[in-house]
Design a protein around this ligand. Structure first.
Ligand code: NAD
Length: 299
């Protein structure tokens, strides 16, 4: 892997974080977005990350400033990618927007450039054709708060070149990620393939009045040694997100249990302002939730 110049397309929540993390690790970064107004907001968003790196990673002022100075901003895709070894796409999770973007990118980017999508739910084979270079395309999926939650799930599609896959794995390590390669396409990658069924099962136990959230979490924590249970995780995800996902599942599957669960999340939590960790209360009350008390798993 001899990548030096990285372009990040899309400068929203994840794009900003990806760009800053890569710059922090010493690479040159070009950020591309649709217009200068959006890019102005991105500059502020990225600048705000300096403080997080100082607080959470004990980075020095010089380190955070020089990272910021390694980033350039472009609203012209050809200019943004003229030197790119790798383009990481973090634009909206909308198939048509991504398809149009890859068609354009495939035309303007140099032949050597590798493309990687940060998509959470869409598979690389959906866009491989549009890129015009399927062998140089795969998914590279980061988590929110990338500097702390430093997973990089790297997922190839059947046409991805083996050397490209290996290079992107090496690149992920070079930017401080724990590289997690997926040898085949898998909706939800590894993490959500594990987490979603766990969270679903926990919520169904609650819906069916089998046990309360504390007992369910306690079971998981004592039995597996995990530091938090599914309801503590749901508080981090946010109850509104859990509600939206459940509602979408109710519509997609027609399973009435999902509708009942969505109603429960709304009436017992959302309508009462219990939105999760961010608002101070969800299934637990913060900043000192009962599951953090050492006695919680003792009896
Ligand atoms: P976001 O809405 O915060 O940002 C999207 C950015 O893309 C915006 O700045 C927008 O102006 C820009 N954009 C729109 N159309 C564009 C185009 N044609 N070309 C270039 N830029 C364009 O979205 P986000 O939450 O950062 O998500 C982006 C991608 O990252 C999605 O694929 C999502 O699945 C994935 N992702 C998000 C998270 C998360 O927690 N938010 C986590 C992992 C992966």
């Amino acid at each position: 892997m001899n990548y030096k110049n990285i372009t990040v397309a899309g400068s929203g929540v994840l794009g900003s974080q990806i760009a800053y993390q890569i710059a922090f690790k010493g690479f040159n970064v070009n950020v591309y977005d649709i217009n200068d107004e959006v890019l102005g907001k991105a500059k502020d968003r990225i600048s705000d990350l300096k403080q997080r790196y100082q607080e959470d990673l004990k980075a020095t002022e010089e380190e955070v400033n020089s990272a910021f100075n390694r980033i350039s901003f472009y609203s012209d895709l050809a200019k943004a990618t003229a030197e790119a070894d790798l383009v990481i796409e973090a634009i909206p999770e909308v198939v048509q927007i991504k398809t149009d973007f890859y068609k354009e990118l495939g035309k303007v980017a140099p032949e050597k450039t590798i493309f990687a999508s940060n998509s959470s739910t869409l598979l690389p084979s959906q866009f491989a054709e549009a890129t015009g270079r399927p062998q140089k395309f795969l998914n590279l999926h980061f988590a929110n708060e990338i500097w702390k939650n430093n997973t990089a799930e790297i997922m190839k599609h059947p046409g991805t070149d083996a050397k490209v896959f290996e290079d992107v794995i090496d690149f992920a390590k070079a930017i401080g990620m724990v590289a997690l390669p997926l040898q085949k396409e898998q909706p939800g990658y590894i993490l959500n393939s594990l987490l979603v069924p766990l969270l679903d099962a926990a919520q169904m136990l609650l819906l069916n009045e089998i046990a309360d959230p504390e007992t369910i979490d306690k079971t998981w924590m004592v039995a597996t040694g995990a530091p938090m249970g599914p309801f503590a995780i749901l508080d981090v995800v946010g109850i509104t997100t859990a509600y939206n996902i459940t509602l979408a599942k109710a519509e997609a599957t027609g399973n009435p249990d999902y509708k009942k669960l969505a109603d429960l999340l709304k009436s017992e939590y959302i309508d009462k302002g219990k939105l999760g960790r961010g608002t101070g209360e969800g299934f637990y009350k913060y900043p000192n939730p009962t599951f953090m008390n050492p006695d919680f798993i003792q009896a």
